[in-house]
Design a protein around this ligand. Structure first.
Ligand SMILES: Nc1ncnc2c1ncn2[C@@H]1O[C@H](COP(=O)(O)OP(=O)(O)OP(=O)(O)O)[C@@H](O)[C@H]1O
Length: 270
């Protein structure tokens, strides 16, 4: 890497109060449809932020723009203090896309898919001892170590999801971005993943999650950003409601409303 380029990366150890993600006035369109309509999103070091909102509100598009997969039409994005255009340090970020299949027609094993997450950390794609240990730890963290040599094509949907999470963990990222990580994962494994995430957070990892319901992750969430129709309508404490009440689209009826009073509907998540 030329010295000049390295100098741009000298923000590798920015001040602790510098946001890990800073999105300012972001707009983005998919086809001709404006999907992000001027959103601000800040995630600070060590924070766990949940991005909530109804179907189609722009959550996935927002995280896909953060990882450079959807170009912004306007606005600013910095990662670890570096403008996206100059950001090259992708090995600091683990990304779990919205539920996709890890099987691509290539007969890869679970271990191979998880190892692919580690490639950004290797020289010439060669896995050393530390890389193999990170892959093994990631497989164990999602409870898929017993399936390491299974072809991914033989997995259930929830197991696929856990493999994709392991692939992101194998990076040993400073920032984990996960788009609906619990989708299709049964309750027992959601608890396993919540424990894994708790360990990551305790180790100082910063987390941005797209969620439909807070579920077992609720105690971990520091802040919720709620999108509606491509705009931020709430940025603050996560909604306290649980279960059905945490579902996007649920109009929260205030529990203390008098019987004859009109229910107070925050509509926070609709
Ligand atoms: N390739 C595309 N071309 C045009 N519009 C798209 C495309 N992909 C998504 N959209 C639209 O953009 C809007 C935002 O989609 P996005 O996936 O970001 O929403 P979301 O909040 O993540 O929704 P969900 O909760 O259903 O995953 C939706 O109305 C969707 O129909």
């Amino acid at each position: 890497m030329p010295t000049e380029a390295r100098a741009t990366q000298s923000t590798a150890h920015p001040p602790l109060d510098q946001p890990v993600i800073s999105l300012r006035g972001a707009t983005a369109s998919l086809g001709s449809r404006p999907v992000l309509r001027g959103i601000d999103l800040t995630v600070r070091r060590g924070e766990v932020v949940a991005l909530l909102g109804a179907n189609g509100s722009g959550k996935s598009t927002a995280v896909r723009s953060v990882v450079g997969q959807v170009p912004l039409s306007s606005g600013e994005l910095t990662l670890f203090g570096t403008d996206l255009k100059r950001f090259r340090d992708w090995s600091r970020i683990g990304y779990v896309p919205q539920r996709t299949t890890a099987a691509s027609g290539v007969p890869a094993t679970v271990r191979e898919v998880v190892s692919s997450g580690r490639l950004a950390r290797t020289r010439f794609g060669l896995l050393r001892k530390a890389d193999k240990a990170a892959v093994a730890a990631a497989l164990a963290a999602v409870g898929m170590d017993a399936h390491a040599d299974a072809p991914v094509s033989a997995l259930s949907g929830g197991q696929h999801q856990r493999v994709l999470i392991a692939r992101a963990l194998a990076v040993e990222p400073e920032l984990l971005i996960m788009d609906e990580p619990m989708a299709g994962v049964d309750l027992a494994n959601q608890e396993v993943l919540a424990d894994t995430l708790r360990g990551q957070v305790a180790a100082g990892v910063t987390v941005l999650l797209v969620l439909h319901e807070l579920g077992p992750l609720e105690p971990l969430i520091d802040r919720a950003v709620v999108l509606r129709d491509g705009c931020v309508v709430h940025d603050g404490p996560p909604p306290e409601a649980v279960g059905q009440h945490a579902l996007p689209g649920h109009d929260h009826v205030h529990p203390h409303a008098a019987h004859d009073a009109e229910p107070l509907r925050t509509g926070l998540l609709s």
